[in-house]
Design a protein around this ligand. Sequence first.
Ligand code: UD2
Ligand code: MN
Length: 589
Amino acid sequence: ILFLFICALIIVWKRSNRLEEKSTPSNKHVFRHNQEEYVDHRGVKVIVGHYIGNAVENIPNADKNVINRNNYSPMPDAGKNGFPVIIEPKDLLVSQQIFQINRFNLLASDRIPLNRTLPDVRRKKCKFLYKDYNSYPKASIIIVFHNEAWSTLFRTVWSVINRSPEELLEEIILVDDASERDFLRDPLDEYIKKLPVPTKILRSKTRIGLVHARMMGSREAKGASLVFLDAHCECTIGWLESLLAPIAEDRTTVVCPVIDIINDNTFAYIKSFELHWGAFNWNLQFRWYTLGNRELQKRKQNITRPFHTPAMAGGLFAISKEYFFEIGGYDEGMKIWGGENLEISFRVWQCGGKVVIAPCSHVGHLFRKSSPYTFPGGIGETLYSNLARVAMVWMDEWGDFYFKFNNEARKAKELQDVQQRIKLRDKLKCQSFRWYLENIWPQHFFPTESRFFGRIRNLEKDQCLIKPIGKESSNQPMGLANINICVNKSLTVEMFVMTEDGIIMTDDSVCLDAPETTVNSLHKVRIMACSGTRRQRWKYNKKTQELVHATNGFCLDVSSSKTFEDGLIISNCTGVRTQKWILEPHPWK
Ligand code: UD2
Ligand code: MN
């Protein structure tokens, strides 16, 4: 029986993969769950990444009646305490079909009670902190949605109601961004009347996107602080007081929770790494990066204290209402989805505030691999116009860098009018992007005037250092560094930055890494998460054209062994041509 069961599972799993493939749009802007794994210098697997969704116009295999019905049908113990929901084989096919509606396992979600329990995932010390409710600004919780499922939306709402101190909850504001589902209208209106916390619903007749929807909610809010949530979150105990306390201390602090993961298939609640901060890569995609050594040491001294983050993920944060409007709310030139998280992060930092992550506040978010809704105007056009606005208003020279390597954004740029936002920047007397990079994110991997930026070419092979990309890189154990034919175009995968301290790095905060001590004189060179440690330091000798590992004096070399052809190694410096490198600068502005 067990054997048959396993066979059934395998068959269904295979089918599900096929279903997924079929539903991937052939749109040229397909954005994947852009998650990559690296093994860092300690041998710990590090996942950097964030996805930007891919929209589909139609929902394959899904019955329109199913879409339009609220099928919430709780089973008392399903998903209890954050455990995964197991779908029996007989229901698997149905669950896969309706997966397409919201791009998560709706069948599983509909079985989990709206008030399911969740574990207390905080560090023990957190439990004794944040008790001074009277001094914290009361919160208006703002949840915007477009075509959200009933069960995820109201599990968000109930997690707020059940796990927030009553004294701190002013109200809940739901903003419906032109949803097309009937159950989100009258049934919802009736339902929220009965909730124990004042809850209202605002509706937009036309699709306005999340920035405008959040602005709509903010303008109506009565609380001294605004707390934004996506419509598929679950808050855990202690989440709200630890978000509000830093605002009471300094009203210009914008506070994000640690974002835990709700699995899109099983709805299991998974605690995520606290040792991350939010930033972005050369394409302005938001990414989580591991903290460097110095940062880690600082954190260890007080692990409950909110720590700085260069950028926020976007969906989940608390801010003083007064301060939110003072610094210009959101950029209302932004459409539908994307980019607003970087815009508000840059603006807050550059204009005198700060963005922090409160380690005692844990909120689960349902991460999806693709986006279920349409992007009127096209997904690429929407996202790139939003990002173009960010670059034009806030990034100065690094905006030019972004446009240089990003054709779509460069096209979108022409259509943007950002005068109002530039005026705002002047009015608030904000700092430059250089200031931001130097002071808020000194570990950044962008080019500067004092760094080399360009190709690193091997003299013997006439090949260039290349960043492992795509799937191949994750199959390659430990991200081995490689060289490849130098392309004549400006390809970012061939671009490297070498800092004054000899760190050779590239996009997504990955660095050229080799062991400090070597037993024998042949060692593979890897691409790993930048750690700021000595094993990632190199010296370029202009005269001999050698790239020497700073700690052991070995030279960067190209392997000629059959099993590791064209892979990079360090070996005894002998003056051979495979150890000679040309640093070919590339104009980045
Ligand atoms: C992330 C953020 C999200 C937002 C986005 C970039 C987290 C956990 N989530 O993507 O909040 O910052 O990056 O823009 O950090 N929505 C509307 N109208 C629309 C589109 C979306 O109301 O036209 C709602 C949607 O129903 C959801 C929220 O906006 O409640 C965020 O959208 P998402 O969940 O698709 O974004 P996500 O989590 O992929
Ligand atoms: Mn979301």
